[in-house]
Design a protein around this ligand. Structure first.
Ligand code: NI
Ligand code: MN
Length: 226
């Protein structure tokens, strides 16, 4: 069992065996977020790419909590310069952390940092928790057919963007579910801003009509055991 909490947009916390893992903690300036940057707990912070709606509050949270930020080498270096403890990785590589194996996966997107620095290539994260669950956070990405290979891992949950414009939209995200074959799919990166508004209820119905995946919807700050 792992506990998943949703902070809105593409921000999550995974709690596994007492370890708190944040993914893309964008709370300050996130119109969908309710949790304050001062209230969140973290031992690790996984950052998919450099855009401000993903790297978000990583520096502030890491400084307060001492959490280790995990990202590509370019973003890790940028965070390290700001006093954040980091673990640098790169795409295709994985590492056995104390809570499980984390692999940095590819994403089709950009990754410039908030100050314009080069943020390397964007990514996603595949988490094989020691507790036994396998979770995939796609990050911001367009559809790519190698999602099939990620699906071969056997996913308990896949979080995929559906907002369109900056990432996959509903049609491509439906194809992504077909490639990934997760037990649970969690749609993200929609409705935060007007440009990415989507009818998530309609998308849920479409996915559940053509696949075995359960589409999970959580209110902001909602949690679920998976
Ligand atoms: Ni982005
Ligand atoms: Mn984004």
């Amino acid at each position: 069992m792992a506990k998943l909490t949703y902070y809105g947009h593409a921000s999550f916390q995974v709690e596994t065996a007492g370890t708190h893992i944040l993914i893309d903690p964008f709370l300050t300036g996130n119109p969908a977020a309710k949790t304050s940057v001062d209230d969140v707990t973290a031992d690790y912070i996984l950052v998919t790419h450099g855009h401000s709606d993903h790297i978000g509050d990583t520096v502030a949270i890491a400084r307060r909590t001492g959490a280790v930020a995990v990202s590509n080498a370019e973003i890790a270096r940028w965070l390290s310069k700001q006093g954040v403890e980091t673990h640098a990785m790169h795409i295709g590589g994985g590492y056995p952390f104390p809570f499980g194996y984390v692999k940095l996966t590819q994403a089709l997107h950009g990754s410039s940092l908030p100050d314009g620095s080069y943020g390397g290539n964007p990514g996603g994260f595949l988490l094989k928790l020691d507790e036994g669950k396998t979770l995939y956070f796609a990050g911001d990405t367009g559809l790519f057919s190698d999602m099939r290979l990620i699906g071969d891992t056997g996913l308990d949950l896949a979080a995929v963007p559906i907002g369109d414009n900056f990432t996959m939209g509903p049609d491509d995200a439906l194809k992504a579910v077909e490639f990934l074959r997760p037990k649970i799919v969690f749609p993200m990166h929609y409705d935060t801003f007007a440009m990415i508004e989507q009818n998530v209820a309609a998308w849920k119905a479409r996915v559940e009509a053509v696949s075995d995946a359960e589409v999970m919807l959580l209110n902001v700050d909602g949690s679920v055991e998976i």
